[in-house]
Ligand binder design. Structure first.
Ligand SMILES: NC(=O)c1ccc[n+]([C@@H]2O[C@H](COP(=O)([O-])OP(=O)(O)OC[C@H]3O[C@@H](n4cnc5c(N)ncnc54)[C@H](OP(=O)(O)O)[C@@H]3O)[C@@H](O)[C@H]2O)c1
Length: 331
């Protein structure tokens, strides 16, 4: 059987170019005793991948090496099995990489329930859901009804869930996003209290207008200017979840900011998040997320690109903001 996979050909300098990857076609080997063949169905494209392409040995994961299959998380179905723990047809998730098929002895596969649409495991019941719930509800302390939260990257796969969880918990929710279409969706479909288009509106003025008494919590997905404005508007004792800094991921020089003097004066708590640390708790977190969904408090959208070969081009939608919801490849 022939398999297609995508390997790293060169490290990008700035934005990713499709030529940084190579498409490889090869025959799959025969399955050995104990091995499982997974056919990947949905493959996640994530901002974190940009970091994995840099030669940074000090990060939370080693870089992808030149010539290796590009790393990614995915959902698949067992297509053939020489392992009694996995019958053909079982739905599984794992780090399959940019590859149509994946062969494993099974230790790294997580079986998935049958009664949930497969694509839910890409979003609400996947890494974005876990990131949003843990990062907002657990990482620092439990948010309280009546508090005000500012969310950057608010229309993204993580940010849109943070906002809806916060609404369900009775907070005032202010989102920051980069298009009027996303702004309308957050206001009219997801029920955010206020949304700022950072490309066309004055962030400082709008945050001051929508949070005249200051911000209790900030959920940071973007960094740069929005983090500066958040720091300027935090209440004393305010809390900041540092989830991502996507505005800096394609920088070719390390960025300078932000100015942290406000963090001292306002006695702020800033805490970084790496969601894979919580993998052992995903079942518990997904039960909590399912409870919101059952009450109709969560909406979610996927941006689906067709075919593995689209991945090298499609990943840039995350960095130019043209993705509308969780970006995935259907294989
Ligand atoms: N810490 C963790 O464990 C963890 C786990 C998952 C994700 N994350 C982080 O969470 C953040 C969101 O991830 P996601 O998967 O939900 O992606 P996403 O928000 O669905 O997509 C990325 C969005 O970021 C915005 N963006 C891109 N470049 C920007 C720039 N230069 N300035 C301002 N906004 C920019 C764009 O939205 P606009 O159109 O609104 O500009 C784009 O649509 C990322 O920083 C990611 O690294 C962290």
């Amino acid at each position: 059987m022939t398999n297609t996979r995508v390997t790293l050909a060169s490290r990008p300098n700035g934005m990713i170019k499709p030529t940084d990857f190579k498409i490889v076609q090869e025959d799959l080997p025969e399955l050995k005793d104990g091995e499982v063949l997974v056919k990947q169905v949905y493959m996640s494209l994530d901002p974190a991948m940009r970091g994995w392409l840099d030669e940074d040995e000090g990060s939370y994961m080693p870089p992808v090496r030149i010539g290796e299959t590009m790393r990614s998380f995915g959902i698949g179905i067992v297509e053939a099995s020489n392992n009694s723990a996995f019958t053909v047809g079982t739905r599984v998730n794992g780090m399959f990489g940019w590859s149509e098929h994946y062969i494993t002895t099974g230790e790294d596969l997580v079986p998935l329930p049958e009664d949930v649409p497969l694509e839910h495991f890409m979003g609400l019941l996947g890494l974005p859901g876990a990131t949003a719930y843990h990062g907002f509800m657990e990482l620092i302390d439990t948010p309280k009804a009546g508090e005000t939260v500012l969310i950057s990257g608010a229309a993204g796969s993580v940010g849109s869930l943070v906002g809806q969880i916060a609404k369900a918990e009775g907070l005032k929710v202010i989102g920051v996003t980069g298009s009027d279409e996303k702004k309308e969706w957050l206001l009219n479909e997801l029920g955010f209290d206020a949304v700022i288009n950072y490309k066309t509106e004055n962030l400082e003025e709008m945050v001051a207008k929508y949070a005249p008494d200051g911000i209790d919590r900030h959920f940071e997905n973007v960094g740069g200017k929005v983090l500066e404005v958040a720091l300027d508007n935090m209440k004393i004792g305010g809390k900041i979840t540092l989830c991502g800094l996507i505005s800096t991921y394609n920088d070719t020089e390390p960025s300078v900011g932000p100015h942290l003097v406000r963090a001292i004066a306002r006695r702020l708590t800033l805490k970084g998040l790496v969601i894979i640390d919580q993998q052992h708790r995903f079942g518990e977190i997904f039960e909590k997320l399912s409870a919101y969904a059952q009450k109709g408090q969560i909406k979610y959208r996927l941006d689906i690109e067709e075919g593995l070969k689209q991945a090298p081009e499609a990943i840039n939608k995350l960095f130019d903001g043209t993705n509308q919801g969780k970006l995935v490849i259907r294989i």
